[in-house]
Every structure is written in structure tokens, then in C-alpha cells.
Design a binder for this molecule. Sequence first.
Ligand SMILES: Cc1cc2nc3c(=O)[nH]c(=O)nc-3n(C[C@H](O)[C@H](O)[C@H](O)COP(=O)(O)OP(=O)(O)OC[C@H]3O[C@@H](n4cnc5c(N)ncnc54)[C@H](O)[C@@H]3O)c2cc1C
Length: 453
Amino acid sequence: MTFERDLRLEHRSFWQHEHGPYSANPPLSENLDVDIAVIGGGFTGLNTAWQFKQDNPNARVVVLEAAVIGFGASGRNAGFSTKLFGLEPELVLLRWGKQKMIDAHRYLQLAVAHTRQLIQTHALDCDYRHTGLMRISYSPQQSVRMGKTYQLFQQLGLDGDMHWQEQAQVRQQFNSPRFGAGIHESDTGYLNPCKQVRALKALAESAGVEVYEMTAVTQVERTAAAILVHTLGGRIKADKVVLATNAYSRELPGPDGLRERQYPLWTYQVVTEPLSDEQWQEIGWRQREAFGDNRQMLHYFRPTTDGRIVMGGGDVLPQKGLAREETPSPATWQHCEAHLKWIYPQLANTRIDYRWGGPVSVNLDMVPEISFIGDERIIYSGGCFGHGVALTHLNGRTIADLLNGRKTELSEFWIVNRKSLPMNSDTLSFWGGKAARQALKAWDWWEERRLEA
Ligand SMILES: Cc1cc2nc3c(=O)[nH]c(=O)nc-3n(C[C@H](O)[C@H](O)[C@H](O)COP(=O)(O)OP(=O)(O)OC[C@H]3O[C@@H](n4cnc5c(N)ncnc54)[C@H](O)[C@@H]3O)c2cc1C
């Protein structure tokens, strides 16, 4: 099992290009006995390892990463630290009911605060900005639906940091002829994901966590005495193992019951060249907060510290083969560029500098999951969709509580050990994903059918 051919530069995200050369730690080359082995060096794995090591300074904790730290979604995402959970709030309410929706919102509120505090306390260099998030509509139908979402949050008492803005107010901030009414959420932020994941690696190592890169796990084996984690360079004997492999979990050879828990979906982004001061003036966007629309196939936008716009979304592709195989989508990149220029005709001649994508982990229930697999010695986390930045930071704390065998408010959160719907068949999952994608696209088409091209 090799990830090496996927480390070519053209497959990396803008953040990885921009952040410059990186020297990975050497791979594992001996057998080790450890307390905790974490498989996967993204936000989930590094946060978990660091939190557990903080709680247990004498414990031996290792992180095994098949490629380099941040190779997965953690080094490729848009960096929105938000309270989004699952798909639309209405769907969460319908499927899970009022109390679980409220609890999920509170967990995500805590996740955003926790991530921010972690960054501040440890001075993590990740360009974090707590700017808020604007969600905007384009069509009257989308405005009406957004108004209902706002009322729902009000009825549930979850609208603390939310403010409704009419079209005129929105356009004071954003000089786009396409924008209708929107909701401003003040308590969210964004960061540079590649800087953050590398800063987390340094934080974990400073606490004594051992990080092995270019170390693909080839088998996880459960025995009565220990969990054995096999790699080409050595074998780890661990008391407990955390599977922080996200969208790649289907490919991890090992424990029964893991494969069918989730399925990878690819999602895509583009970034412009740096805009001039005049261009920023022309498009408004005065507070430089992140924003997104309320389409089913959501688009999202944010500035970078060097004055570019990162945008993504608009489509997703169910993964046909392995999640670790890069799946370019020129049509989606073209769509993103066209959409950016549709909302901002002022940028008609602006160049796109980078295009990339990455896999997110989805499941049938459309909400995340942290679960014991088989027994309490193996813990799996997945199903974060495209909303895992803040979530995975707090999940690291939650998983550490589970590893400690401690019952806490976090370990009691309802996504922990919930019963998930299995996705047994690759073919059905693939075609199911395609059918869901078509349905969501049709919904968007219907709501936007009267908009100007
Ligand atoms: C394009 C894109 C944009 C996104 N934008 C946002 C956003 O703006 N806001 C938001 O909240 N979320 C966003 N997300 C989702 C978010 O990035 C993820 O939910 C989060 O990063 C998941 O972190 P993770 O550590 O669980 O998984 P990952 O970062 O995917 O890490 C898993 C790691 O496991 C490693 N691995 C896999 N198999 C093995 C093996 N056999 N042995 C060893 N290691 C292995 C992989 O190499 C990988 O590094 C986005 C995702 C994508 C792809």
C-alpha cells in the first residue's frame, strides 16, 4: 500500500504549494510497544495524540501517517472553523429530532471556541481570523428557505450570534449584483489548514508524541493481549488504537465492521491570483469574513493573507476507486471559476492560480461518528463531510476521554457510539452517492431557474 505517487506537487493544495518545502519525519523502521497508536496524521489524529499525551505524560503515543502530515483533507480544506453539522439543519432536525440538533449545535459551538483557544494558548501559526461567516442567497426561493432556517434557529434558541440581513445590508458589505438576503453568524473563523496541521504536529512532538511519516499501516490485527499494527518498516504492539483515517478508512485492512461505515466523496477548490487593492475595493467584501451560499451544492469563499480568494464547492464526485487516488475534476474547477465570475463580474479577467480537490468522509446518516470498533481498544472517527475543521479539533479531546476510559460531557455526546447505517456494497454506495448528487443538483436548478446566466 503506497501513497508515494500521490505526493507529486501538482496534486497538493494551494496551501501546501504556498507553505513551501517540507521535510517529513523518517518512516517507522523497528518494532515498538506503545500505549496508544494513532493511524492518520490529520487534525483528528494529531489532536487526539496531543490531548492524550497531555493527560498521560508518561504514556508512549505514536502517530503513523501513510504520506505526510496533512496529506488528507486536513491539508487541503478551505479552513472554515464553523458550526455546520451534517447537511442542512432541517434535515438534521427531521432525522435526529430537536434535542439532538440542539446538542449538536452546542458541541460545534464548543468546537469553534476550543479550536480558537488552542490556537491562542499555544500561539499556533495558522493565520486564524475570527471574522464571522455570511450565508447568502441568490434567488427569492433561496431567501425564503434561508428565512425559515433562521426562524428554526430562533425557535430552538440557537440564534445567539446570528443576524438576519436584508439584501440592501448584504450589498453594503459585498458589492455583488447577485446577492440576496443572508444570515450573518459572528462566532466563526478561518485558518490556513496546512499551517495549522504542521503546527499541531510540532505541538504534539513538543509534548513527546512520536510521529512517523511515509508509514502506511498495512494491517490492524486484534489479539487478546494487544492490538498489532503492521507497517512495512515495523510492527507496533499497542494497548489501544485510534483510526483517524477519515475518508481513507474503507481501504484500511483490519477490523471487521470498519469498511462499511463510510464512503469517500471528492470535493474541489480553486484560488485566484492575488487581487489588487483596487479590485478589493470594487468587490466590497469589507470585513473579509468568510461567506457561502445556501445552495444544496454549497459554494464557499474566503480571502487569503496574500489577498487571493479561495473558493470551492458547487459539485461533489463519489469516489469510484481508492480515496488516496487523486481524482481531478476539470468540469468542477471550471464551474467554480465561472461561478466566482458570475457573482463578481468585476473579476472577469482574474486568473486562477491553483486547482485541487480532496476526499471527505460521508455516511448514510449524514452526521459524524466516533465509535468503538469491536471492543473499546479500537476507536474510529469519520463522517465529518466538509465540516470537519473545528469538529475534529474537539473530537481529539473527546477521543482522548474515551481512551482514558473517562465518562465526560464530551464522551456522552450522541454521535459517540451511535448505531450507524452500514454501507456494505461499493457499487450501491457509489450509485447511491450519484443519485443523491443528482437530486441535490435538481433542487438547486429549480430554485435558480429564473436567475440570469
Ligand atoms: C476540499 C475540501 C475542503 C474542505 N473545507 C472544509 C472547511 O472549510 N471547513 C471544514 O470544517 N471542513 C472542511 N473540509 C473537511 C475537513 O477538511 C475534514 O473533515 C478534516 O480535515 C478531517 O480531518 P481528519 O484528520 O479526520 O482526516 P484527514 O485529514 O483526511 O487525515 C487522514 C489521514 O490518514 C492517513 N491515512 C490513510 N490511510 C492510512 C494508512 N493506512 N496508514 C497511515 N495513514 C493513513 C491519510 O494519509 C491522511 O493524512 C474540507 C475537506 C476537503 C477535502
